[in-house]
Design a protein around this ligand. Structure first.
Ligand SMILES: Cc1cc2nc3c(=O)[nH]c(=O)nc-3n(C[C@H](O)[C@H](O)[C@H](O)COP(=O)(O)O)c2cc1C
Length: 339
C-alpha cells in the first residue's frame, strides 16, 4: 500500500521553484483568507497556500491594507499563490505582473469557477467553452512573469474526458508550470461525485505536475487518488477549511488534541476579528461555520446557533454551549452542509 506520508512529503519542482510538501490547499472564495491560512500554519502548515479569488480587472489597483481578498502576511509569500480570474489576456497579464512584484510564489489562473456572476464576465469556467481564448490567457500570463504559473480547471461544460485532456495539453503548450484538475463538469457545481478516471487521463497526457482535486476528505481518499490516477499531489478544499489540522495529520503525524474542534473554533473567531473589520469578519465567519459544523451530528442547529450571534463574544459563548454537550463527531462531513 502506498505510504502517503512519504509521497506527500517529497519535494516537488513547480516551474523555477520548489515546494516541500505535495498536499496543497485549494483556493476558495470567502474561505482561504489570511485567517484560515494562519490557522493552518499554526497546526503545522501545508505545501502551498492560495489566496481567495481576485479579479484581474481590479487587482492592479488593489490596496492590500483594505482589500478583503488581496491580503496577506509577508512571511507567507514564499508558499502563497495568488489566484486570479478574468477573460482578457492583457488584464490577466497586468494582474500577474503585480502578483510577481509583490513577491508571491506564483499566480494561479481560475478556469474552474462556475458561479454565474463570474461566468457572465467571461471569466472562470466560462473560458472552458473557449479553449483558444483560455490558451491566449495562459500565454499572456506566462509571457508577463517568471514566477510559476498554475492553472486550476474543471472537465469543461460537457462530460467528456477528451475535452479535459485537450485543455490540459493547451495549458501545458501555453507555458503553464502545473495544473490542478477538478474532474467535474462546470454546471455540476459539487453535486455528483468527481470522476477520478478523467484525472488519470489528464495526468497521462502532460509532462507538467498535475494535482488532483475533489472530495478528498480522509487520508484514505488521498491515498486512493494518488494510487489510481498517478497525480503528483493532492489539493484539498472544504476539508481544509473544516479541519485546518488535516495537512499536519496526514503528512506530519500530528495527533489532534481531544478538544481540537472547540480550540480551533475559538482560534478562528479570534483570527477573523483580528484580521478583518467586524462586518467582513462576521461574513467570513458565517461562511466558514457551515463547513465547520458539517463535522457534527446536529450540525445544522449548531451552525444556526453560531450564525445568529452578532459579536465575537456571542460566538465564543455559543461554541462553548455546544461543545460542553460533547457532540458526536461524524466520520465524514454532512454533505447537506458541505455543498
Ligand atoms: C465556498 C467555496 C468557494 C470556492 N471558491 C473557489 C475559487 O474562488 N476558485 C477556485 O478555483 N475554486 C473555488 N472553489 C472550488 C475548490 O477550490 C475545490 O475545487 C472544490 O471545493 C472541490 O474540492 P474539495 O472537495 O476538496 O472541497 C470553491 C469551493 C468552495 C466550497
Amino acid at each position: 500500500m502506498l505510504n502517503i506520508d512519504k509521497r506527500l512529503n517529497t519535494p516537488l519542482r513547480i516551474g523555477n521553484k520548489m515546494i516541500q510538501n505535495r498536499l496543497i490547499m485549494a483556493p476558495m472564495a470567502g474561505l482561504t483568507h489570511v485567517a484560515l491560512r494562519s490557522l493552518v500554519r499554526q497546526y503545522g502548515g501545508c505545501g502551498l497556500y492560495f489566496t481567495e479569488m481576485c479579479m484581474a480587472r481590479t487587482l492592479p489597483a488593489e490596496n492590500r491594507a483594505v482589500s478583503p481578498v488581496f491580503k496577506w502576511n509577508d512571511p507567507e509569500l514564499n508558499t502563497l499563490v495568488c489566484q486570479v480570474a478574468g477573460g482578457d489576456p492583457d488584464a490577466m497579464a497586468e494582474a500577474a505582473r503585480r502578483i510577481e512584484a509583490e513577491g508571491f510564489f506564483g499566480v494561479d489562473i481560475n478556469f474552474g469557477c462556475s458561479v454565474a456572476v463570474i461566468c457572465k464576465q467571461n471569466a472562470g469556467a466560462a473560458l472552458l467553452k473557449e479553449p483558444k481564448q483560455a490558451e491566449k490567457i495562459v500565454k499572456a500570463v506566462r509571457a508577463a512573469v517568471s514566477i510559476p504559473v498554475l492553472v486550476k480547471y474543471r472537465t469543461g461544460w460537457v462530460d467528456n474526458p477528451a475535452g479535459a485532456v485537450d485543455l490540459a495539453k493547451r495549458f501545458e503548450d501555453a507555458g503553464a508550470d502545473a495544473l490542478t484538475f477538478h474532474p467535474r463538469v462546470a454546471p455540476d457545481r459539487r453535486s455528483r461525485p468527481p470522476k477520478q478516471a478523467y484525472l488519470g487521463r489528464v495526468v497521462d497526457a502532460v509532462q507538467i505536475p498535475v494535482f488532483g482535486n475533489g472530495e478528498v476528505f480522509e487520508a484514505d481518499d488521498a491515498r486512493r487518488m494518488l494510487e489510481t490516477t498517478g497525480c503528483i499531489g493532492v489539493s484539498i478544499g472544504r476539508i481544509a477549511a473544516a479541519k485546518p489540522w488535516v495537512f499536519a495529520q496526514w503528512t506530519k503525524g500530528y495527533v489532534p488534541v481531544p478538544d481540537i474542534y472547540r480550540k480551533c473554533g475559538h482560534q478562528m473567531v479570534e483570527l477573523l476579528y483580528f484580521y478583518f473589520d467586524p462586518i467582513t469578519a462576521g461574513k467570513r465567519f458565517r461562511k466558514w461555520a457551515l463547513f465547520f459544523s458539517a463535522s457534527f451530528q446536529f450540525g445544522h442547529a449548531f451552525c444556526l446557533s453560531l450564525c445568529r450571534r452578532k459579536t465575537p463574544e456571542g460566538i465564543h459563548a455559543a461554541m462553548d454551549v455546544f461543545f460542553d454537550q460533547s457532540p458526536r463527531v461524524n466520520t465524514r462531513p454532512n454533505m447537506n452542509l458541505f455543498r
